[in-house]
Write a protein that binds this ligand. Structure first.
Ligand SMILES: Cc1cc2nc3c(=O)[nH]c(=O)nc-3n(C[C@H](O)[C@H](O)[C@H](O)COP(=O)(O)O)c2cc1C
Length: 203
């Protein structure tokens, strides 16, 4: 099949998100200008540069109560933390995605312990194996079809990385043991359980 994205696709559900898979989940912790702690998952998330390390998450549409809190908080305070979502943490990750009103601490709603960060104010998800402490670099606005919504890419510079020692094997991050989860289309996810190596020609 082929469809133009400015017309109907003719399928029961929009297939776009199945066409960009798997998408890693940035589980973003922030603090609002008023000091409220916030946590939410974003799967339009990725690393976008290595030296220096940079990440992005994209905030889409709107909440029933208005703009999404994560990007609002990052723009107000300049800081965020990306916590790695794993198979073990899948339920609290999902719980933290609810359309909670401002002032609701999703760490408490999802019964997650916090751990303070080294270089930024937003706390970390203690049980996550990897955390990246970030400073807001820039926001890039995107077109948005949702009335009164906002699509925007929030780009951050990673200034500190925590890797839990339990997941370092011979100095390498043991991803198969961590089992990160990632988003597919619809309500589907995958967990990284198999890893294979391929060395680039000339490397
Ligand atoms: C696995 C997962 C991935 C998500 N990815 C995104 C995303 O990339 N962009 C987005 O705007 N919302 C995404 N959401 C929805 C947000 O998590 C949800 O709107 C949340 O309430 C936003 O919280 P906030 O307003 O505190 O930032 C995702 C939800 C889940 C469960």
């Amino acid at each position: 099949m082929f469809y133009r994205t400015d017309g109907p696709h003719g399928l029961p559900h929009n297939p776009f998100k199945c066409c960009v898979v798997p998408r890693p989940i940035g589980w973003i912790s922030t603090i609002s200008a008023d000091g409220d702690v916030n946590l939410a998952p974003y799967s339009f998330f990725n690393g976008v540069a290595g030296e220096p390390p940079m990440v992005m998450f994209a905030s889409n549409g709107k909440q029933p109560h208005g703009p999404k809190h994560s990007i609002t908080n990052v723009e107000a305070t300049g800081e965020f933390v990306c916590n790695m979502a794993t198979w073990v943490l899948r339920q609290p990750m999902n719980e933290s995605s609810g359309p909670h009103a401002a002032g609701v601490n999703e760490f408490e709603a999802a019964e997650l312990e916090t751990e303070s960060s080294e270089l930024v104010k937003p706390p970390r998800v203690k049980a996550a194996p990897i955390h990246m402490e970030c400073l807001h670099f820039k926001t890039v606005e995107l077109p948005c079809d949702t009335p009164e919504g906002r699509n925007a890419i929030c780009i951050g510079r990673v200034i500190g990385i925590h890797i839990h020692d339990d997941y370092l094997k011979d100095g390498m991050v043991d991803i198969a043991t961590i089992k990160p989860i990632a988003r597919l289309g619809y309500h589907d996810y995958t967990a990284v359980e198999t890893v294979f190596e391929m060395v680039r020609p000339g490397a």
